[in-house]
Design a protein around this ligand. Sequence first.
Ligand code: GLY
Ligand code: MN
Ligand code: MN
Length: 490
Amino acid sequence: MTEQQPAPENPEGDEPIKQRKNGLYPAVSDELAENMKSGWADTELRDLRPIAQAPDTARRRAGLSARFPGERLVIPAGNLKTRSNDTEYSFRASTEYVYLTGDQTQDGVLVLEPTNAPEGQSAHEATLYLLPRSDRENGEFWLDGMGELWVGRRHSLSEAEQLYGMPCKDVRELADALREATGPVRGVRGHDAGIEAALTDKVTAERDEELRVFISEQRLVKDAFEIAELQKAVDSTVRGFEDVVKVLDKAEATSERYIEGTFFLRARVEGNDIGYGSICAAGPHATTLHWVRNDGPVRSGELLLLDAGVETHTLYTADVTRTLPINGTYTDLQRKIYDAVYEAQEAGIAAVKPGAKYRDFHDAAQRVLAERLVEWGLVEGPVERVLELGLQRRWTLHGTGHMLGLDVHDCAVARTETYVDGVLEPGMVLTVEPGLYFQADDVSVPEEYRGIGVRIEDDILVTEDGNRNLSDGLPRTSADVEAWMANLKG
Ligand code: GLY
Ligand code: MN
Ligand code: MN
C-alpha cells in the first residue's frame, strides 16, 4: 500500500491540517498547494432517491422517540480501529446506528433532539452527524489521511439528507455541542470514545443500558424489508455452500483455509462481508464449537462442519450450518448421529410458531437428542431423568438457537422476559441448530464416536400460521445431502 510521504519539517505557508497518522506531513510547495485547490469538476449528486428502508428507519426512530420523551439520544456508528501501525480493521457500523438510520458511515452519529412538539407528534428531531466532503481549499482532501483522495468520495451532507431523510450536519461540531448542551441525555456506549467523553458527566451506565436494551428489543420482530434482506443473505449463503462442495478436492489438497477463502469470496462478491468468522471444521475440529482457526487438514472419510453466513450490503446476516461427508457419503455411524440431529432439528422447527414459548424449540430438540443418547447406551435413562439433570448437555453443549438479524446473535441485550422467557411472534427470525459433539478425548463414549461433531442449522421465520425455513435451499436429510453433493461434484 502507499504511504503518505513524510517530510522532516512542516514547510512554511502550509495550512495547518488535521493529521490522522503518526504526524506524517507531506512537504508541498506553495505552488502545488495552490494548484491542487482548483481544476476539479462539480460532482454533487442531485435528486437522489431515499434508500429503500428510509420509511422503516423513520418508524424505528419514532418508536425510540416515544419511549424516551424529553431526552436527547445519541447513537454513534463507531470509529476505525487500529489493526497495526497505520492499518485498520475493516469498518462495520454499529448495529444500533444502522438499524435507526440505514447509513453505515464511520464516525457518523445519530442524535434525537427533544422538541416541544404538540402531543401526538414526534417529540424529537433526528439529525445525522457525518463527516462532510473534504475541503479542497485547505488541502484536506489530499493531505489528510482521511481525505477523499485517500479513502474515496463521501456523500455531501446535502446528498446524505436526500438518502437518509434527515437533516445532516458536520460531525466535527458535535462533541463540543454535546458538551455544552443541557438536559437529560442517553447514549449507546462502546462505539465512539470521543462522543462518550463529551457525554461523560451527563450520563449514567444504567440509563445508557436502558437505551441499548430498548433498541435490542425493537429488533425482535423484523419488518418486511428486514425479512427480504435476511432471505438475500441466506440465498447468497446457499451459493457459498455450493461453492465449497465444488472445491472440496482442493481443500483436501491444502487445508480448511481453502473452504474459508471460498466462502469468503462469495460473501464479498455478493454481500458486504461474512456475518461472523466462518467455522470450517473438518474431522475432530467439528467438536470445537467456534473453530475459526481453520488451519487443519481436510480428509476423505471425515465430516466437514461448515457454519457460515453471508452479510448483505445492508448488514443482515445468515447463519447456516451443514455437516457434510467430505468424500460424499456418510459412514454408518456418521449417518446415525447425523440422522439423530436431523430428527432433533425437525422437532425443533415444528415447535416454532406464533404463540409458542421461545424455549419450546430448544426443549423439543433436546428431548430427541436425549432419547437417542439413552438408546445408544451413552447415558443411563430414563430420558426424563437425563433431561431433568441436563446430562445430555455433555454432548449437546449449546442452546438450540438464537434470534438472527443485523447481528448473528441478534437482540442480545433484550431482557429475559421479552426474549428467552418470551413468546414467538410473526416476524421473528431465529436459528434452529441442534448438534451432537463427541470430543476426541471423551473416553466416556466408545472410541468410534470420538472426534465426530454434527450440527444442522437453519434460519426460520415465524409466520402467521407457523414458520418458513429461509434456508431450505440447502438439503437437510442425510440422503438429500449426499445427492446434492454428488450433483455438484458432477
Ligand atoms: N455461528 C454461531 C452460531 O451458530 O451461533
Ligand atoms: Mn447460530
Ligand atoms: Mn452458526
